[in-house]
Ligand binder design. Structure first.
Ligand SMILES: Cc1cc2c(cc1C)N(C[C@H](O)[C@H](O)[C@H](O)COP(=O)(O)OP(=O)(O)OC[C@H]1O[C@@H](n3cnc4c(N)ncnc43)[C@H](O)[C@@H]1O)c1[nH]c(=O)[nH]c(=O)c1N2
Ligand SMILES: CC(=O)C(=O)O
Ligand SMILES: [Mn+2]
Length: 488
């Protein structure tokens, strides 16, 4: 890689550029290539400083930093297209960067190359309240979008907790606490503008289309959702919006055992109750949450609920849920109907990753993310808990149990290889139990660099072969985010 560019060198203009050139030499990117990037996006949008490369060489996970050689900030689809073509012509690895909140090492530049940061593309291009959709540029984040939408009475509900970029969420097929009610990114993206590595710009559902359904040809939209920057760069997304519910209440209750909590979840869903959120915390994560978010929940396996709708349907839903949970041994039901109480509860839930890391100061998150059909959830959680205890590691369990999806957030000391090995063994074991029980090794965080071997097991050799063929159709030179998704 990093072949000679053959591009005519141009005189560097400014003091900033001189500094940048010195750093570029250090980063081993050929000067002429770096100059061509400057020519496309402007010198203010290029950096090869150690600090910026380091910042772009890791996400929020435990994976060791792998900095790119050069970071470019795109301000338009045209910038993205020209940079992609340049990288493709010169076989330079190209890694799209959203907000860097991923948890599987998706942005780590394993083979160096150019990191294309899309955070400056932050226009909200259109909102159609009457059609419940909007179109945004790649760098718009979930929180920015929802602040913008507030006065329309609409919301984009997919909620990974972190303030991820919307197109990063497309790229990882993100979801979070609301998926039980609204689905994941897969169900909520109607169209995307994508730049292919050779610079071509496509619209996955056809330019300007924003229908709720289509039978027109292959589903390119869902091919790019979850593609983790390995097929192209998503520069715009057209999203489904939803009405902000008339009324909302939240509740927390605790159980004597994990089994009771998980059995309650399964029964609540099997009854068809249209719950908006149902989140599980084991006693280790409740304890972490109490300490970090200054709450005083009983330290026991617990469920967090949210009910939405009209005030009278809410009360009925909540009553049935309370009955089911009580029959399974629930106690300590606490209701939160005021917005500030609800916000405190859900903020604590969203901060759990950090609460778990605080159990082992200085640690980084090694997160598991298995998902199974709901009826298999009790078995996979129970067996995972046994494995964590046997390994003797700190392993708080937190789950979007309404989707059959849960995580263990191992606070991992990267400087302790024995600990990393134990955690990795439990993590692989959990994924294998999930697969044995008709599930997947990742419900929402993606494959990244951490789960490539597991993907091979999950999809099988022939399925992987077809995925590779698809990859080489879009990216014949293999420049897009190399070292991710596919085992090498
Ligand atoms: C505290 C906390 C809590 C959560 C989570 C993180 C953290 C820190 N996450 C994980 C994370 O927020 C999620 O994976 C986001 O979708 C990542 O979006 P970023 O914009 O940060 O992508 P980031 O920049 O991290 O990139 C992730 C991957 O997508 C690719 N990519 C990014 N932008 C792209 C683009 N425009 N085009 C093509 N490829 C692109 C990258 O190359 C990389 O492979 C999560 N997730 C979840 O699903 N559910 C959850 O509950 C949570 N909860
Ligand atoms: C980190 C994550 O996925 C969660 O808190 O659910
Ligand atoms: Mn999650």
């Amino acid at each position: 890689m990093h072949g000679q560019t053959g591009i005519e060198p141009r005189t560097l203009q400014t003091q900033t550029d001189d500094c940048w050139l010195a750093a570029a030499t250090k980063s081993k990117i050929p000067d002429r290539f770096a100059q061509a990037v400057v020519d496309i996006v402007g010198s203010e949008n290029v950096s090869t400083t150690d600090a910026v490369r380091e910042q772009h060489g890791h996400d929020e996970s435990y994976h060791t930093t792998s900095p790119p050689d050069i970071v470019a900030f795109a301000e338009s689809t045209e910038h993205v297209s020209q940079v992609a073509k340049l990288c493709n012509d010169h076989e330079v690895p190209l890694i799209p960067f959203g907000s860097g909140t991923g948890l599987e090492g998706g942005i780590n530049a394993l083979k160096g190359g150019l990191c294309l940061d899309l955070s400056k593309m932050k226009k909200i291009l259109s909102v159609h309240p009457e059609d419940f959709d909007c179109t945004v540029e790649a760098g718009v984040t979930r929180v920015t979008l929802n602040n913008y939408l507030r006065d329309t009475g609409l919301t984009f509900p997919i909620d990974p907790g972190a303030d991820a970029s919307v197109c990063g969420m497309c790229a990882t097929s993100a979801s979070g606490t609301n998926a039980v009610r609204y689905g994941t990114m897969r169900e909520n993206v109607l169209n995307m503008e994508v730049v292919l590595p050779d610079g071509r710009v496509i619209h996955t559902a056809g330019k300007g289309r924003r229908t709720k359904k289509t039978s027109a040809g292959y589903n390119l939209t869902n091919l790019f959702v979850g593609s983790e920057g390995t097929l192209g760069i998503i520069t715009q997304a057209t999203l489904r919006l939803h009405g902000i519910p008339e009324a909302t209440i939240s509740a927390v209750c605790s159980f004597n055992t994990i089994q009771e909590a998980v059995d309650s979840t399964v029964q609540i869903l099997q009854m068809g109750i249209p719950i908006a959120r149902i989140e599980f915390l084991d006693e280790v994560s409740v304890d972490a949450c109490n300490r970090y978010s200054k709450l005083d929940m009983k330290v026991a396996p617990s469920l967090f609920f949210e009910f939405t709708g009209s005030p009278d349907t809410l009360d009925k839903q909540a009553e049935v849920v309370k009955d089911i949970a009580s029959m399974n041994g629930a106690s300590e039901f606490k209701w939160a109907s005021k917005p500030e109480e609800r916000n405190q509860l859900w903020k604590a839930r969203h901060d759990i990753l950090y609460a778990c890391m605080a159990l082992n100061p200085g640690s980084k998150p090694y997160s598991t993310d298995v998902c199974v059909p709901i009826s298999n959830l009790p078995e996979v959680i129970t067996r995972s808990k046994e494995a964590i205890q046997k390994a003797g590691v700190i392993g708080p369990i937190v789950g979007h149990v309404g989707d059959g999806n849960f995580h263990v957030f191992f606070p991992t000391d990267r400087s302790n290889p024995e600990e990393v090995k134990k955690i990795s063994d439990v993590s692989v074991y959990m994924a294998q139990i999930a697969m044995e029980l008709d599930g997947t090794c990742t419900g929402e965080h993606g494959i990244g660099m951490g789960k490539r071997g597991l993907l091979q097991q999950e999809i099988g050799d022939e399925g992987m072969e077809v995925m590779k063929q698809l990859k080489s159709t879009f990216d014949p030179k293999g420049i897009m985010n190399p070292g991710k998704v596919f085992p090498e």
